[in-house]
Unconditional design. Structure first.
Lengths: 358, 564
């Protein structure tokens, strides 16, 4: 949906030779009017996007104010390092995008192609990291509320990569293969313009796997850190919360996992309202899943917008290689840049609200 | 007759007949892939009228079942499905797009003297989103029968086995159609006004369209996320509307009505814009209080976002909250009332032509006033406690949406029909249709006010025998209303075959759309029209020969010749 209107927001008709700007649309009086119209149009579209997300921010505000302890507890399952990495990646992509607009305005074709490629690459890295985060949670049973598996009841701990990761990575893998073949064919046939498109597309698809790699590295680092904490804790404290967690008789290997949840609970201030259920009871009843429902909705819709952005950026890249943009006509780059900055901005809000709750 | 020897100036905007937008290019694809706003507007017109026809038949089915207190031919399950379908098709496929998409698309560029809207391809995209949403939506509902009501309230909508997800995804797609139309109009009106047309020299129809577009752009995304969350609730069990998972079903109502209340202003504002045009032109008098009407349109758009809670007075909100919403509801009625007074004042000492468009306009004022006033009763907390979910509410919103928007829409169709099609319609039968619509409509819905205040609940297939007489009156009225609408359709279709050729300006309007031929050429204007005062009729001269009016340049304008 998001790529669709960007196709139409600019007024390029590819009319061939014109006395003026080649992409002048006939219903506008002059290029300035066309540019102003497009600018207003994209800003209005961004306003609609803000309102679209606002519903979920409202739900977040509502449910967090009603159940703060659930949010504090569940937020600990989000890997802050990965979140921070994604934040840095998107911020960098905004920089490359803005630089790209400048390149377009100054008719620096190669610069523009490079900047767009970097932006695309960063977007792919973001999605790769997200794939790791999501699949890891799915393995742990950290699902939307109706499917949520209480972490106090969670008895198995999955090591290694989730099988879901292979499902999610199927399309990027196909892209790597497809774009790789296409790139090789372009280079062999000497079609420079197409190669300039195929190359960055290939790099973008590979960047997804770079993101997956980064995700694995940091996920393992966190798991190792946790394990170290738990062995230390296991040795020293007397498991005050064990009574609340159901024991299985699987032996020593399971105990650290159960006390992991209990350990996390101890970081959370209990709901002090009289008669309020304990966090463990809430979690076992599925109540803690509301955090993850909101988490998946918000980051999921955001990821859909990243995908839309990738589509639109790819279209811009194709046009850039055809040398469409110059000091008189750079509107589409400008507009897509604005969209990309908004997608980045939304993530800037999501990161602390979801990952940094203490 | 004019004594001043001025050259008739209409010839400078009569364009080549072959350039007429209806025939300038031929073939299915020239329409299916058109970027011409006029063709898109006509395609929308056909689309929304088809949806209206279908939902209207469903209404007649409902009313027929309600002739008897007990079951006649619909089970309660079927009845629920029929009213859901009626409401959803009417709201999402007909009334929200109707005026902006069918009339607005045609008129906005022409009233601005422009060649097209700002984003023609987005415009076509909006149309196909409408078509796609319509197909989706109706397939979903006709397939297994949705019975949640068009409001999709949780928890029923999250638990019922009907095709809620498919229907809500249809709504999602339709929402984007609406958003892009609004976006297009805002940019068009902001950036493509001709030199000399300041904001306060725009026709009021454009002010109304602009205010509507603001609402479309701001409110519809919230509907989008609402239906998305509802679908996610059903598919992924996110639980945000489910108390078992710390969710809350009333949150759905808040999200839903945050869009749907402004939506009713999307429905009425364009209708009001039409009436401003009709009243002025057919009274041949400058609109009274132009700035007040313009500002009121914007005020309605903005205030309309503050009152959604009045749909939820009985849902268990805190008392203070209900008081605040009630007070705001009363204030939002003020701009609408201002407009009604201004329209009436426009008539004073005007030369009133009682033709079909004017008749519909007068009906609008009467019926909308009743609808608006009954809204105030519902806005009063103590009264609403008794009237909520009764037929009083049903009557109220039908008065504003049917008696208001539909009647205004019909008036606009008749008014601009000569411009869009180049044909004049038979005014006598047009007046007949107006009469049937007016009488039939009142007979349908006035009894419903009475029934509702006496306790008849809404959305009920069976009822107590004491209500039967009024239900029967209502059903007879509904058939009369349907008859009137068929007469109107007949008049319009007949004119396409047998109607006289329309002059560029049959009614004597001063806005720019009357400065091009009827129908316009595909490029809209032979020569750029002269920007003028939109409601100053002194430069207009009636030409007997062509049975139409002529806009004579003010410097050489003769004395005003009244139309007799």
């Amino acid at each position: 949906m998001t790529s669709h209107e960007h196709d139409s927001h600019d007024a390029s008709h590819g009319h061939g030779e014109h006395a003026h700007m080649p992409f002048q649309a006939h219903h506008f009086d002059d290029p300035e009017q066309q540019f102003d119209a497009g600018k207003l149009g994209i800003w209005l579209f961004l306003v609609t996007e803000v309102l679209f997300f606002s519903g979920m921010f409202c739900a977040y505000a509502l449910y967090r104010s009603l159940h703060p302890e659930v949010f504090t507890f569940a937020s600990q399952y989000l890997n802050e390092t990965l979140g921070a990495t994604n934040t840095g990646v998107l911020l960098f992509s905004s920089l490359s995008m803005a630089w790209g607009v400048r390149c377009a305005q100054m008719r620096q074709r190669t610069g523009l192609v490079i900047c767009l490629s970097v932006t695309l690459g960063c977007a792919a890295v973001f999605l790769g990291v997200k794939a790791i985060e999501y699949t890891h949670k799915w393995e742990m049973g950290l699902l939307p509320a109706g499917e949520y598996v209480s972490q106090f009841l969670q008895t198995s701990h999955h090591e290694g990569l989730s099988s879901w990761l292979y499902v999610l990575s199927a399309v990027p893998a196909l892209c790597v293969v497809g774009f790789g073949i296409w790139y090789v064919l372009c280079v062999m046939s000497g079609n420079k313009q197409k190669a300039e498109v195929a190359g960055p597309f290939l790099v973008t698809a590979l960047c997804y796997f770079l993101g997956v790699f980064i995700g694995i590295v940091f996920q393992n680092a966190e798991a190792a850190a946790h394990a170290k904490h738990e062995t230390a804790a296991h040795a020293s404290d007397s498991h005050p919360d064990h009574d609340q967690a159901e024991h299985t008789s699987d032996g020593h290997g399971e105990a650290p996992e159960q006390s992991a949840a209990a350990k996390l609970v101890s970081h959370v201030e209990p709901n002090s309202a009289p008669g309020a259920p304990t966090l463990a009871a809430v979690d076992q009843a599925g109540g803690a899943g509301v955090f993850f429902s909101i988490y998946y909705c918000m980051t999921g819709v955001h990821a859909v917008h990243i995908l839309g952005g990738i589509a639109v950026l790819a279209w811009l890249l194709v046009r850039a290689t055809k040398d469409h943009f110059n000091e008189e006509y750079f509107g589409p780059v400008d507009y897509v840049g604005l969209y990309w900055h908004l997608v980045d901005l939304i993530w800037i809000y999501l990161f602390p609200l979801l990952y940094l709750i203490k | 007759m004019s004594a001043v020897a001025t050259k008739p100036t209409h010839s400078h905007y009569e364009s080549n007949e072959a350039d007429n937008f209806l025939i300038s290019s031929k073939g299915f694809l020239s329409w299916a892939l058109t970027l011409d706003h006029k063709r898109i507007g006509l395609m929308y017109l056909i689309g929304v009228m088809s949806a209206f026809f279908l939902a209207g038949i469903l209404a007649l089915v409902l009313r027929t079942e309600l002739m008897t207190p007990d079951q006649w031919f619909l089970t309660t399950q079927q009845y629920n499905q029929v009213f859901t379908l009626h409401g959803a098709i009417m709201v999402f496929l007909f009334i929200i797009p109707s005026v902006p998409a069918a009339l607005g698309n045609f008129l906005v560029p022409v009233m601005l003297g422009a060649k097209d809207v700002a984003f023609p391809r987005l415009n076509l995209g909006s149309f196909y989103l409408w078509v796609g949403g319509a197909i989706f939506f109706m397939a979903a509902m006709l397939y297994t029968g949705l019975d949640t009501g068009w409001t999709f309230y949780t928890p029923y909508s999250t638990q019922t086995r009907g095709p809620v997800v498919a229907a809500t995804m249809g709504v999602f797609i339709l929402g984007f159609s609406s958003i892009f139309t609004g976006l297009n109009f805002i940019v068009t009106i902001n950036t493509m006004r001709p030199p000399g047309m300041s904001w306060f020299k725009m026709p009021l129809f454009l002010w109304a369209t602009y205010a509507t577009a603001i609402i479309q752009v701001l409110a519809t995304p919230v509907l989008g996320i609402t239906v998305l969350l509802l679908a996610a609730e059903r598919v992924f069990h996110i639980g945000i509307f489910d108390p078992q998972f710390n969710g809350d079903p009333v949150v759905f109502q808040h999200f839903f009505w945050f869009y749907s209340h402004p939506a009713v202003y999307i429905m009425i504002l364009p209708g009001m814009g039409i009436i401003s045009e009709l009243m002025s032109v057919h009274c041949h008098k400058s609109i009274f209080g132009y700035r007040f009407i313009a500002y009121s349109s914007i005020a309605i758009a903005l205030f309309g976002f503050l009152v959604w809670g009045h749909h939820m007075f009985t849902s268990g909100m805190a008392e203070v909250t209900t008081i605040v919403f009630s007070a705001l509801t009363f204030t939002v009625s003020i701009p609408s009332a201002i407009k009604v007074f201004n329209w009436l004042a426009t008539m004073y000492k005007g030369t009133v032509q009682l033709n079909t468009p004017m008749c519909y306009a007068l009906s609008f004022i009467f019926l909308f006033t009743i609808g608006g006033l009954t809204g105030l009763w519902l806005g009063a907390l103590s009264v609403d406690r008794h009237l909520h979910d009764t037929y009083f509410v049903v009557a109220h919103f039908h008065y504003v949406m049917v008696g208001g928007t539909l009647v205004g829409f019909l008036g606009g169709i008749f008014h601009w029909w000569p411009k869009m099609t180049g044909k004049m319609f038979n005014d006598f039968w047009g007046l007949v249709s107006c009469g049937f619509v007016f009488v039939g409509f009142n007979l349908t819905f006035l009894p419903q006010f009475v029934m509702g205040s006496r306790g008849m609940p809404r959305r009920y297939a069976r009822y107590l025998p004491e209500f039967q007489e009024m239900h029967q009156m209502s059903t007879v009225g509904a058939y009369l209303l349907g008859l009137g609408l068929f007469v109107a359709l007949g008049v319009l279709l007949h004119s396409l075959r047998r109607g006289k050729k329309a002059p560029p300006n049959p009614w004597g309007g001063a806005t720019l759309e009357w400065q091009c031929s009827s129908p316009p050429p595909y490029y809209n204007f032979q020569t750029s029209p002269t920007v003028n005062e939109p409601y100053d009729y002194t430069p207009l001269v009636y030409r007997d020969a062509e049975r139409g009016w002529d806009y004579v340049q003010p410097e050489s304008a003769p004395k005003h010749v009244p139309h007799s």
